[in-house]
Design a protein around this ligand. Structure first.
Ligand code: ADP
Ligand code: MG
Ligand code: MG
Length: 902
């Protein structure tokens, strides 16, 4: 075009000039319209205005230089191709103006159909359609309605109200019963509504309609709901939208016309077949608007066999071309099929796995590519128990699936009531308009949380995800009345104590208790379902993809496990060792008494006695774990929390003492404990006497643990097993701390293992920022590093996790200070930088230094990719996250050129 020849920036592309890989520039819709055009499929001609033009407009507040002329040039060539001029009174060309960003944002932005109609061209349109007045006036009233609503912010209800009035005056509910005169009257009514709200007449000039509609699409990028949606879906805010101008085709020309949507496979289950809806004599948006009942796509075969067969052929062609599930919008104009949109379709987690497997079978993709068609978040979803849904259960509302899981329970409206009922052993669902930090106790007590407001970053959503609790947020059909202790939804009244069920994955809300069924994917990981011998397509596909991920990945995957039971389960889930075995639980229960003795010991003797009593108990714990992990490495962390955590709380002790004194009982022990608790009180226990500091301050404590570990290893080896213990010192900040602990530990280990052949590694956690920054020194005394990313995040950001998540993280997310909680996904810029430095400097000082991570981030998909990239040897995570980490480690190791599942 002329514009480019003069060396000017190109802002407008004909469909023939684009292709599917230009989504950044042309948006998803435009890129795929271009792709279909170039495949020779029947796409109405048109052109795309780039996201760059949109960005320029949004930053400067006006259309960039040259844009108007380029639009003019492309419009002229469209007019030539169609043999009609935009809005020509005798024979008008009409166009649609459609938004389309890089990522689909369903329903978020604007589209205007029938641009080019006015009081004169409406007559021309009728003539074009062989004197079909009804059609022409129906198209015109739709233009005024859509243009008014999306371009000029006229409240949509007013138009709907006027339509309802005409229908009820005619005594009908069906808009097809309105004739041309009715619709002409409706156009008049719409124009009045338009003028009333905008202070001007409906624009009659076609080119002005077009320009205003384009501008409205640009502006819709920054509409409030679009901003909220992007935040929820983590879509960057600066992409902008493209605008597609497409010649109109008409599905509302009569019974031989219509419009529909289709999927090339079932997006719910992945099953092959034809899935879609069709509506005769209708224009685009009617299908989804639900104003008339659609019919299943299969029925099109009876209505118009030629178009149906052609459509099926095109769907097969698209699948083969995109090598994936596609969804499609089409229109039939008097027996002629037109393709209006396609894209790689969204799908459920189960369908993602099933389809990836099918496409491999069909030879369309290889296993490397299949690995990129699924992701760890989807696998995690499939590992939650699900509701067993049949016809009896129909959702009464749908909110946002804010934190996955399936939960049923009695409805409560206050935190206090949630705590009360939970204490009585009831399952409760806490229902609120939105939660706030005061609801924290109730949220902890509840099985699930349901709110009528707020999105994925609301307080309820953020806190629930942090707690791993099921949550549905923003179920706005719910009218929640907290003082009256009830909510209403679709004519139902739900009172406190009534049972509801919520699905934190789909966001659906059900009345009554829906039975829960176990996940077949977990059954498979548990070894209860044989993947080679099941007709469950999902399990077969998961097995195949996991096997491929395991073969591909470089990162090893270990688990965090403190007991033999957890260790055994994690091993079934594929763990290749234990990356974090905490020892503190070994000081709880009936062993508390020994810990109290240790703390209260008045001399060396008493302390040694207490430790000596703990030794065999710890040894037995370790033997159990080493046996379960036979042959695999087990990293045991020496005791980490402050010792006062093992004592009863101050208030409770004070009461005990008072009561006992009252009764005249002997209170010597309680008083001693009380004094100890007062003495050991810390303002900031997270930064107090804990971790390695305990080992350096309390003689014999670490020595006892090291001895128990070494003795357990020797015992297992003597029994014919293989134990590979790794002793991990927590909270080290300076190499001198580690050296001191190490010297003593080495002495004990040498003494215990003798010639048994047992080898014990000694290493440290890197969780204090100073340790990361002096990693070169620390590596001299450590055979391995394990990054404790929870503490590293706490201390890196100065966040006390328990305090900040409930108090203000939602606000930080809202403000975009971070896009996701740094406790959920590693903050690669800051905390990640500490990890990078420590890995590099540690390895430089000690080549072959083993590097792992044992915070919860070890099971977070994005974090796993980061740890792969930084070159760690392994990640360690909770047993249920082990499969997720295996999958993501495989995906991180394989880079493909194909599409990537977001
Ligand atoms: P959305 O992204 O919300 O689906 P679209 O831009 O796809 O919005 O348009 C909304 C509806 O209008 C769709 O059903 C689409 O198929 C229909 N439509 C868009 N452009 C045309 C056109 N040129 N001719 C006929 N129908 C159209
Ligand atoms: Mg569409
Ligand atoms: Mg820690």
């Amino acid at each position: 075009m002329e514009a480019q020849e003069s060396g000017e920036h190109k802002y407008v592309y004909d469909f023939a000039e684009g292709n599917k890989d230009l989504k950044d520039l042309l948006g998803g819709k435009g890129a795929n319209l271009a792709e279909m055009t170039n495949l020779g499929l029947p796409v109405p001609p048109g052109f795309t205005i780039t996201t760059e033009a949109c960005k320029a407009y949004l930053t400067t507040g006006r259309e960039p230089d040259g844009l108007a002329a380029q639009i003019e040039a492309h419009l002229e060539s469209l007019e030539r191709e169609m043999g009609r001029r935009l809005g020509d009174p005798d024979d008008p060309l009409l166009v649609s103006v459609r938004s389309g960003a890089k990522f689909s944002m369903p329903g978020m932005m604007e589209t205007v159909l029938n641009v080019g109609l006015n009081d004169r061209s409406v007559v021309g349109l009728s003539n074009q359609a062989g004197g079909n007045d009804r059609f022409a006036w129906d198209s015109y009233r739709r233009l005024i309605q859509m243009f008014g609503k999306t371009v000029c912010e006229v409240p949509g209800e007013e138009f709907e109200h006027a339509l309802d009035e005409i229908k009820s005056a005619k005594g009908t509910h069906n808009d097809l019963d309105l004739d041309a005169d009715d619709l002409r009257g409706l156009v008049d009514a719409y124009k009045k509504i338009f003028a009333k709200h905008t202070g001007r007449e409906f624009p009659q000039e076609p080119r002005e309609q077009l320009d205003l509609a384009i501008r409205a699409v640009f502006d819709s990028w920054n509409a409030e709901r679009a901003i909220l949606y992007r935040r929820q879906e983590r879509i960057p805010a600066d992409l902008g939208t493209a605008v597609n101008v497409v010649a109109m085709v008409f599905g509302n020309l009569g019974p031989d016309s219509g419009t529909g949507v289709a999927f090339t496979r079932d997006p719910g289950s992945g099953a092959q077949g034809i899935y879609g809806d069709y509506l005769a004599n209708a224009q685009g948006e009617d299908v989804v608007a639900g104003i008339r009942n659609t019919v299943p796509l299969q029925e099109l075969e009876q209505l118009d066999k030629t178009s149906y067969d052609q459509l099926l052929g095109i769907m097969a062609r698209l699948e083969e071309h995109y090598k994936d599930l596609c969804d499609i919008e089409f229109t039939i104009e008097r027996g002629k099929l037109w393709m209006l949109q396609t894209r790689v379709g969204k799908r459920t987690a189960a369908a993602a796995f099933v389809i990836a497997g099918q496409l491999v079978d069909e030879g369309l993709i290889d296993l490397d590519e299949a690995l990129h068609r699924v992701n760890g978040a989807q696998l995690a979803q499939l590992m939650f128990p699900r509701f067993q849904l049949d016809h009896e259960f129909e959702a009464v509302a749908k909110g946002i699936g804010a934190s996955p899981g399936a939960a049923s329970g009695k409805v409560v409206f206050t935190s206090a009531r949630a705590v009360e009922l939970a204490a009585e052993g009831e399952s409760v669902i806490l229902v609120r308009r939105e939660t706030n930090p005061d609801d924290l106790n109730g949220m902890i007590a509840a099985k699930g949380i349901l709110t009528s407001r707020g999105g994925k970053t609301s307080h309820a959503a953020v806190v629930a995800r942090g707690m791993g609790k099921t949550c549905v947020s923003g179920a706005d059909e719910l009218d929640v009345n907290v003082p009256a202790k009830r909510f209403t939804v679709g004519g139902h009244v739900v009172n406190e104590g009534d049972v509801v069920s919520i699905d934190g994955t789909t966001g659906k809300v059900y009345l009554g208790e829906v039975p829960v069924m176990p996940s077949e994917v977990v059954q498979y990981f548990e070894g209860e379902l044989d993947p080679e011998n099941t007709d469950d397509a999902l399990v077969r596909s998961v097995h195949r993809i996991m096997t491929h991920a395991d073969a591909a990945r470089r990162l090893r995957v270990r688990t965090n496990a403190d007991t033999g039971t957890d260790a055994a389960r994690a091993r079934r889930f594929g763990a290749e060792g234990i990356g974090l075995c905490r020892t503190e639980h070994m000081f709880l229960g009936d062993r508390r008494e020994l810990v109290e003795r240790l703390i209260l010991a008045s001399g060396e003797r008493e302390r040694e006695d207490a430790l000596a009593a703990l030794l065999p108990l710890q040894r037995a714990d370790f033997i159990e774990i080493f046996r379960e992990m036979d042959g695999l490495p087990v990293t045991v962390r020496l005791i980490d929390p402050p010792l006062h955590e093992f004592l009863p709380p101050l208030e409770q002790l004070a009461v005990n003492v008072a009561v006992a004194q009252e009764r005249g009982e002997d209170v010597a022990k309680e008083e001693a404990l009380l004094a100890a608790v007062r003495r050991m009180h810390e303002e900031n226990p997270m930064l107090g006497l804990r971790g390695v500091r305990l080992g350096l301050v309390i003689p014999g404590l670490f020595a006892m643990q090291v001895r128990a570990i070494a003795e357990a290893a020797v015992a297992v080896v003597r029994d014919g097993g293989k134990a590979c213990p790794e002793i991990m010192v927590p909270l080290v900040g300076a190499v001198q701390e580690l050296e001191t602990v190490r010297a003593e530990a080495e002495r004990i280990i040498a003494e215990v293992v003798g010639d048994s052949g047992v080898e014990v590694l000694i290493g440290t956690m890197i969780e204090v920022p100073r340790a990361a920054l002096t990693a070169g020194q620390i590596a001299e005394a450590a055979e391995f590093f394990s990054f404790g990313t929870n503490d590293l995040t706490q201390m890196g950001w100065g966040f006390s996790r328990d305090d900040v998540e409930g108090a203000f993280f939602w606000r930080y997310l809202e403000l975009g200070i971070f896009g996701i909680s740094p406790f959920e996904s590693i903050d690669t810029d800051g905390v990640g930088r500490l990890i990078r430095i420590a890995a590099e400097e540690g390895r430089a000082a000690r080549p072959g230094l083993k590097l792992g991570v044992c915070g919860e981030h070890g099971g977070d998909p994005d974090s796993v990719h980061f740890f792969h990239e930084v070159g760690l040897d392994y990640v360690s995570c909770s047993p249920f996250r082990v499969p997720v980490a295996r999958l993501e480690a495989g995906r991180a190791a394989i880079t493909t050129t194909g599409s990537d599942s977001r």
